[in-house]
Design a protein around this ligand. Structure first.
Ligand code: ATP
Length: 238
Protein backbone atom coordinates (compact mmCIF):
# COMPACT_ATOMS: atom_id res chain seq x y z
CA UNK A 1 0.00 0.00 0.00
CA UNK A 2 1.22 3.50 -0.75
CA UNK A 3 1.96 5.94 2.05
CA UNK A 4 -0.73 8.63 2.55
CA UNK A 5 0.21 12.15 1.58
CA UNK A 6 -1.04 13.39 4.97
CA UNK A 7 -1.69 11.31 8.04
CA UNK A 8 -2.69 12.23 11.59
CA UNK A 9 -2.18 9.51 14.17
CA UNK A 10 -3.82 9.86 17.58
CA UNK A 11 -3.39 13.62 17.66
CA UNK A 12 -4.29 15.46 20.89
CA UNK A 13 -4.23 19.22 21.09
CA UNK A 14 -4.69 21.43 24.15
CA UNK A 15 -5.08 25.15 24.72
CA UNK A 16 -4.01 25.31 28.36
CA UNK A 17 -6.55 23.10 30.13
CA UNK A 18 -8.94 23.04 27.14
CA UNK A 19 -8.64 19.92 24.98
CA UNK A 20 -9.47 20.82 21.36
CA UNK A 21 -8.51 17.51 19.67
CA UNK A 22 -8.77 13.98 21.08
CA UNK A 23 -6.86 11.09 19.51
CA UNK A 24 -7.64 12.25 15.99
CA UNK A 25 -6.70 9.78 13.24
CA UNK A 26 -7.22 10.60 9.59
CA UNK A 27 -5.42 10.38 6.29
CA UNK A 28 -5.48 11.97 2.85
CA UNK A 29 -4.09 10.02 -0.09
CA UNK A 30 -2.42 11.65 -3.06
CA UNK A 31 -5.03 12.89 -5.56
CA UNK A 32 -7.93 12.63 -3.11
CA UNK A 33 -10.36 15.31 -2.01
CA UNK A 34 -11.17 14.85 1.65
CA UNK A 35 -13.32 17.04 3.88
CA UNK A 36 -13.65 17.49 7.59
CA UNK A 37 -17.05 18.67 8.67
CA UNK A 38 -18.18 19.77 12.08
CA UNK A 39 -20.08 22.45 13.99
CA UNK A 40 -18.68 25.71 15.30
CA UNK A 41 -16.00 25.02 17.87
CA UNK A 42 -15.63 21.32 16.98
CA UNK A 43 -11.89 21.82 16.45
CA UNK A 44 -11.66 22.05 12.66
CA UNK A 45 -9.40 25.12 12.50
CA UNK A 46 -7.26 23.78 15.34
CA UNK A 47 -6.70 20.59 13.38
CA UNK A 48 -5.55 22.51 10.29
CA UNK A 49 -3.33 24.78 12.37
CA UNK A 50 -1.72 21.79 14.08
CA UNK A 51 -0.48 20.59 10.67
CA UNK A 52 1.59 23.79 10.55
CA UNK A 53 2.76 23.23 14.12
CA UNK A 54 0.89 26.23 15.53
CA UNK A 55 -0.22 25.17 18.04
CA UNK A 56 1.85 22.04 18.31
CA UNK A 57 0.01 18.73 18.82
CA UNK A 58 0.33 17.70 22.48
CA UNK A 59 0.46 14.01 21.58
CA UNK A 60 0.34 11.85 18.48
CA UNK A 61 2.00 12.29 15.13
CA UNK A 62 1.47 14.25 11.94
CA UNK A 63 3.10 12.68 8.89
CA UNK A 64 3.65 14.03 5.41
CA UNK A 65 4.42 11.22 2.95
CA UNK A 66 5.55 9.21 5.95
CA UNK A 67 7.87 11.93 7.29
CA UNK A 68 7.10 12.98 10.86
CA UNK A 69 6.43 16.73 10.76
CA UNK A 70 4.82 17.01 14.21
CA UNK A 71 5.61 20.45 15.57
CA UNK A 72 7.86 21.38 12.64
CA UNK A 73 7.82 25.09 11.78
CA UNK A 74 5.18 26.46 9.44
CA UNK A 75 8.01 27.35 7.08
CA UNK A 76 9.24 23.76 6.97
CA UNK A 77 5.73 22.42 6.34
CA UNK A 78 5.13 24.97 3.58
CA UNK A 79 8.48 24.18 1.98
CA UNK A 80 7.48 20.49 2.06
CA UNK A 81 4.59 21.27 -0.29
CA UNK A 82 1.61 22.15 1.91
CA UNK A 83 -0.30 25.38 1.28
CA UNK A 84 -3.27 26.77 3.11
CA UNK A 85 -6.10 29.03 2.09
CA UNK A 86 -6.97 30.40 5.54
CA UNK A 87 -10.38 31.03 7.09
CA UNK A 88 -11.52 34.61 6.69
CA UNK A 89 -9.39 34.76 3.54
CA UNK A 90 -6.71 37.03 5.00
CA UNK A 91 -5.47 38.57 1.80
CA UNK A 92 -3.10 41.55 2.05
CA UNK A 93 -5.67 44.37 1.78
CA UNK A 94 -3.36 47.16 0.59
CA UNK A 95 -1.63 45.08 -2.04
CA UNK A 96 -2.91 44.58 -5.56
CA UNK A 97 -4.30 41.24 -6.70
CA UNK A 98 -1.08 40.52 -8.59
CA UNK A 99 1.12 41.46 -5.63
CA UNK A 100 -0.95 39.16 -3.40
CA UNK A 101 -0.43 36.32 -5.85
CA UNK A 102 3.31 36.93 -5.98
CA UNK A 103 3.42 36.69 -2.18
CA UNK A 104 2.38 33.07 -2.70
CA UNK A 105 5.71 32.29 -4.36
CA UNK A 106 7.69 33.16 -1.24
CA UNK A 107 8.49 29.55 -0.34
CA UNK A 108 9.55 28.50 -3.85
CA UNK A 109 11.05 31.65 -5.37
CA UNK A 110 9.72 33.49 -8.40
CA UNK A 111 11.28 31.38 -11.18
CA UNK A 112 7.86 30.18 -12.39
CA UNK A 113 5.99 33.33 -11.41
CA UNK A 114 4.97 34.50 -14.90
CA UNK A 115 3.79 31.08 -15.99
CA UNK A 116 1.91 30.53 -12.71
CA UNK A 117 0.28 33.97 -12.84
CA UNK A 118 -1.02 33.10 -16.32
CA UNK A 119 -2.35 29.79 -15.00
CA UNK A 120 -4.13 31.51 -12.09
CA UNK A 121 -5.69 34.10 -14.38
CA UNK A 122 -7.00 31.29 -16.60
CA UNK A 123 -8.46 29.48 -13.63
CA UNK A 124 -9.82 32.70 -12.06
CA UNK A 125 -10.71 35.13 -14.90
CA UNK A 126 -12.20 37.52 -12.32
CA UNK A 127 -8.75 38.00 -10.84
CA UNK A 128 -7.37 38.94 -14.26
CA UNK A 129 -10.02 41.66 -14.55
CA UNK A 130 -9.02 42.92 -11.10
CA UNK A 131 -5.28 42.33 -11.48
CA UNK A 132 -4.21 45.87 -10.49
CA UNK A 133 -6.90 46.56 -7.91
CA UNK A 134 -6.12 46.56 -4.22
CA UNK A 135 -7.36 43.38 -2.57
CA UNK A 136 -9.50 45.35 -0.10
CA UNK A 137 -11.73 46.47 -2.99
CA UNK A 138 -12.66 42.91 -3.98
CA UNK A 139 -15.93 41.23 -3.06
CA UNK A 140 -15.88 38.43 -0.49
CA UNK A 141 -16.01 35.77 -3.19
CA UNK A 142 -13.18 37.39 -5.15
CA UNK A 143 -11.07 37.57 -1.98
CA UNK A 144 -11.71 33.87 -1.44
CA UNK A 145 -10.61 33.17 -5.02
CA UNK A 146 -7.50 35.27 -4.41
CA UNK A 147 -6.67 33.36 -1.22
CA UNK A 148 -6.98 30.03 -3.07
CA UNK A 149 -4.97 31.28 -6.05
CA UNK A 150 -2.26 32.68 -3.76
CA UNK A 151 -1.97 29.29 -2.06
CA UNK A 152 -1.69 27.60 -5.48
CA UNK A 153 1.18 29.91 -6.48
CA UNK A 154 3.45 27.85 -4.21
CA UNK A 155 2.78 24.78 -6.40
CA UNK A 156 1.62 22.75 -3.41
CA UNK A 157 1.29 18.97 -3.28
CA UNK A 158 -1.52 19.41 -0.78
CA UNK A 159 -3.92 22.32 -0.53
CA UNK A 160 -5.66 22.89 2.81
CA UNK A 161 -8.79 25.04 2.78
CA UNK A 162 -10.36 26.44 5.94
CA UNK A 163 -14.06 27.09 5.34
CA UNK A 164 -13.85 28.33 1.74
CA UNK A 165 -17.61 28.99 1.67
CA UNK A 166 -17.78 31.02 4.89
CA UNK A 167 -19.85 34.18 4.59
CA UNK A 168 -20.43 33.89 0.85
CA UNK A 169 -23.71 34.10 -1.05
CA UNK A 170 -25.00 30.73 -2.34
CA UNK A 171 -24.22 31.51 -5.97
CA UNK A 172 -20.65 32.44 -5.08
CA UNK A 173 -20.30 29.28 -2.97
CA UNK A 174 -21.26 27.30 -6.08
CA UNK A 175 -18.56 29.06 -8.10
CA UNK A 176 -15.92 28.37 -5.46
CA UNK A 177 -16.86 24.69 -5.28
CA UNK A 178 -16.80 24.48 -9.08
CA UNK A 179 -13.23 25.77 -9.03
CA UNK A 180 -12.29 23.22 -6.35
CA UNK A 181 -13.84 20.51 -8.52
CA UNK A 182 -11.65 21.62 -11.45
CA UNK A 183 -8.55 21.60 -9.23
CA UNK A 184 -9.38 18.10 -8.01
CA UNK A 185 -9.99 16.91 -11.58
CA UNK A 186 -6.55 18.28 -12.46
CA UNK A 187 -5.00 16.01 -9.82
CA UNK A 188 -4.59 18.40 -6.89
CA UNK A 189 -4.94 16.84 -3.44
CA UNK A 190 -7.42 18.82 -1.35
CA UNK A 191 -8.23 18.71 2.34
CA UNK A 192 -11.00 21.08 3.28
CA UNK A 193 -12.64 21.99 6.51
CA UNK A 194 -16.26 23.09 6.19
CA UNK A 195 -19.46 23.82 8.02
CA UNK A 196 -21.21 23.64 4.65
CA UNK A 197 -21.51 19.85 4.78
CA UNK A 198 -23.70 19.52 1.72
CA UNK A 199 -21.29 21.13 -0.74
CA UNK A 200 -18.22 19.67 0.94
CA UNK A 201 -19.49 16.07 0.92
CA UNK A 202 -20.70 16.32 -2.68
CA UNK A 203 -17.23 17.47 -3.73
CA UNK A 204 -15.24 15.00 -1.65
CA UNK A 205 -14.12 11.42 -2.22
CA UNK A 206 -14.18 10.91 1.55
CA UNK A 207 -15.10 12.80 4.65
CA UNK A 208 -14.68 12.85 8.42
CA UNK A 209 -17.10 14.26 10.98
CA UNK A 210 -15.53 16.01 13.97
CA UNK A 211 -17.57 16.36 17.16
CA UNK A 212 -16.03 17.99 20.25
CA UNK A 213 -12.52 17.34 18.98
CA UNK A 214 -13.14 13.67 18.16
CA UNK A 215 -13.66 11.93 14.82
CA UNK A 216 -17.20 10.62 15.19
CA UNK A 217 -17.79 9.25 11.67
CA UNK A 218 -15.95 8.72 8.43
CA UNK A 219 -16.85 7.39 5.01
CA UNK A 220 -17.17 8.27 1.37
CA UNK A 221 -18.83 11.57 0.58
CA UNK A 222 -21.91 9.67 -0.64
CA UNK A 223 -22.08 7.50 2.50
CA UNK A 224 -21.92 10.49 4.80
CA UNK A 225 -24.50 12.40 2.74
CA UNK A 226 -26.86 9.46 3.28
CA UNK A 227 -26.05 8.97 6.97
CA UNK A 228 -29.06 9.86 9.19
CA UNK A 229 -26.86 11.39 11.92
CA UNK A 230 -25.10 13.61 9.39
CA UNK A 231 -28.40 14.54 7.77
CA UNK A 232 -30.03 15.64 10.98
CA UNK A 233 -27.00 17.42 12.47
CA UNK A 234 -25.40 19.04 9.41
CA UNK A 235 -27.87 18.97 6.53
CA UNK A 236 -30.90 20.46 8.23
CA UNK A 237 -32.61 17.07 8.34
CA UNK A 238 -33.19 17.03 4.55
P1 ATP B 1 -15.07 27.52 13.98
O1 ATP B 1 -15.88 26.99 12.88
O2 ATP B 1 -15.83 28.42 14.90
O3 ATP B 1 -13.73 28.09 13.57
P2 ATP B 1 -13.70 25.13 14.75
O4 ATP B 1 -14.38 23.83 14.53
O5 ATP B 1 -12.69 25.54 13.77
O6 ATP B 1 -14.77 26.25 14.92
P3 ATP B 1 -11.70 25.64 16.72
O7 ATP B 1 -11.63 27.09 16.39
O8 ATP B 1 -10.61 24.76 16.28
O9 ATP B 1 -13.07 25.03 16.19
O10 ATP B 1 -11.90 25.51 18.30
C1 ATP B 1 -11.93 24.26 18.99
C2 ATP B 1 -12.00 24.50 20.49
O11 ATP B 1 -10.78 25.09 20.96
C3 ATP B 1 -13.11 25.43 20.92
O12 ATP B 1 -13.60 24.97 22.15
C4 ATP B 1 -12.42 26.75 21.09
O13 ATP B 1 -13.07 27.54 22.05
C5 ATP B 1 -11.05 26.34 21.58
N1 ATP B 1 -10.00 27.28 21.16
C6 ATP B 1 -9.69 27.61 19.87
N2 ATP B 1 -8.67 28.49 19.85
C7 ATP B 1 -8.32 28.71 21.14
C8 ATP B 1 -7.32 29.50 21.79
N3 ATP B 1 -6.45 30.24 21.08
N4 ATP B 1 -7.27 29.49 23.14
C9 ATP B 1 -8.13 28.74 23.87
N5 ATP B 1 -9.09 27.94 23.32
C10 ATP B 1 -9.19 27.94 21.99
Amino acid sequence: MSVPLLELRDVDLYYGPVQALRRVCLHVDEGETVCLIGANGAGKSSLLMSIFGQPRASAGQILLRGEDITGRSAHHVAASGVAQSPEGRRVFPDMSVEENLLMGTITIGDRHADEDLRRMFELFPRLLERRNQRAMTLSGGEQQMLAIARALMSRPKLLLLDEPSLGLAPIVVKQIFQILRELAAGGMTLFLVEQNANHALKLSDRGYVLVNGEIRLSGTGAELLGNPEVRSAYLGGH
